[in-house]
Design a protein around this ligand. Structure first.
Ligand code: AMP
Length: 398
């Protein structure tokens, strides 16, 4: 079976054509500058080949068409006919309270996705546009929506309710939703497989640490708490996002500097996080080299981030009444041994003992805790595309 996985943004679109059974990625790539001019980067992993094209992409429909043309090309294609694509899996950021799992896309589902737009005004419209473009270019091919929020719909009310007047939840759906759900679900399932135990017997803390970061408490296979909230702005300090802060700060700064809400949100989303503290970069590699060179603010940014992860690990172990495994994933979690070590050290009191040598590794599934650590600490590269392809195959095959 071949599944085309689509992750549509407002002016970009990532794709992967893969076989969810063999897990082989036949081709993958990226359309950029949609609505501006249009650029396609197309890769064939088996040949280690990369192709770049300038193709006009006034809308997402031309972008999808260019992806299809690349997949079918006699020179750099990987399939002979469009009918070889059995299904399309779409990443959708927000499913609100309506979607607790992936779904086959129907007219009713599209209407429900439209209703979720106010919850993710930047992301959901682009996801919907991607779906509509595929419907236009590949009519009749079954499509599945896989939501970033769905995995966290199992959170109990005590985890998701904000201490605001209840009407804002009832009327306006203001609550914690959580994001990165596809990644937390994938790595928690892989952790159970690595430990050779059923999910139903495990308490796992999954740390998705990338440009955006979130931590989740996964008890018996179900998300019971997570650090992102109503929006992906909450929780840990991130590359450029502030993470949690005292809402009183907004009023203070807005009054003092005359910012309107748009300017304030731009600061919180784009100028804060480890970039804001360090003043150096949003990229952990740059911040680490600055810290090594003696930059105190860079060192402070790293400390604040790592301390934030450690606090969440402690909180979620308390929330679940214990922890069997801690997983690190995503760009920072998979590559940055020092961040993993700092976040998971000093936790011997709760049975976590890191192994410095085992932790000196990047980007592969492995155990990084000491052999006598009661809590296993694991490095597991995330694969959201594979999870989307697997969900799509499972739903389409009934
Ligand atoms: P992601 O959002 O999961 O793609 O993660 C991207 C982030 O991972 C980058 O912005 C970097 O901060 C971080 N990253 C990637 N490679 C490394 C590395 N070798 N060491 C530290 N951080 C890294």
């Amino acid at each position: 079976m071949k599944v085309l996985v689509i992750n549509a943004g407002s002016s970009s679109l990532k794709y992967q054509l893969m076989d969810p059974e063999t897990r082989e990625v036949l081709a993958k790539g990226l359309c950029e500058r949609i609505g501006i001019d249009g650029r396609l980067t197309h890769k064939i992993p088996a040949k280690d080949a990369k192709y770049e094209f300038e193709i006009p992409m006034p809308t997402h429909a031309e972008a999808i068409q260019s992806v299809l043309d690349a997949l079918l090309s006699s020179e750099h294609g990987v399939i002979k006919s469009a009918s070889e694509i059995d299904a399309v899996g779409h990443r959708v950021v927000h499913g609100g309270e309506k979607f607790a799992s992936s779904v086959l896309i129907t007219a009713d589902v599209m209407a429900a996705l439209e209703e979720c737009i106010p919850l993710a005004p930047l992301h959901n419209p682009a996801n919907i546009t991607g779906i509509q473009a595929c419907e236009k270019v590949m009519p009749g091919v079954p499509m599945v929506a896989v939501f970033d929020t769905a995995f966290h719909q199992t959170m109990p009310a005590k985890s998701y309710i904000y201490a605001l007047p209840y009407e804002y939840y009832e009327k306006d759906k203001v609550r914690r939703y959580g994001f990165h759900g596809t990644s937390h679900r994938y790595v928690s399932a892989r952790a159970a497989a690595m430990l050779g135990k059923p999910m139903e017997e495990l308490k796992i803390i999954t740390c998705h640490l990338g440009n955006g970061s979130s931590v989740a408490a996964v008890d018996c296979g179900k998300s019971v708490d997570t650090s992102m909230g109503f929006t992906p702005l909450a929780g840990l300090p991130m590359g450029t996002r502030s993470g949690d802060l005292d809402a009183g700060i907004l009023e203070y700064l807005m009054n003092k500097y005359g910012y309107d809400m748009k300017e304030m949100m731009n600061i919180l989303n784009k100028k804060s996080g480890v970039l804001g503290i360090s003043g150096v970069s949003s990229d952990f590699r740059d911040i680490e080299s600055a810290a090594e060179g003696g930059n105190q603010q860079a060192a402070m940014a790293l400390d604040a981030f790592r301390y934030g992860v450690k606090k969440l690990i402690g909180a979620y172990a308390a929330a679940m009444g214990g922890v069997d495994a801690i997983v690190f994933t995503a760009g920072v979690g998979e590559n940055d041994a020092r961040t993993r070590m700092a976040a998971a050290s000093g936790l011997e009191f709760m049975g976590v003992k890191m192994d410095a040598e085992a932790n000196n590794v990047r980007g592969k599934e492995t155990v990084i805790s000491a052999p006598d650590s009661r809590v296993k600490v694991l490095l597991i590269p995330t694969d959201e595309e594979l999870m989307i392809a697997m969900d799509t195959a499972a739903i389409v095959n009934g």
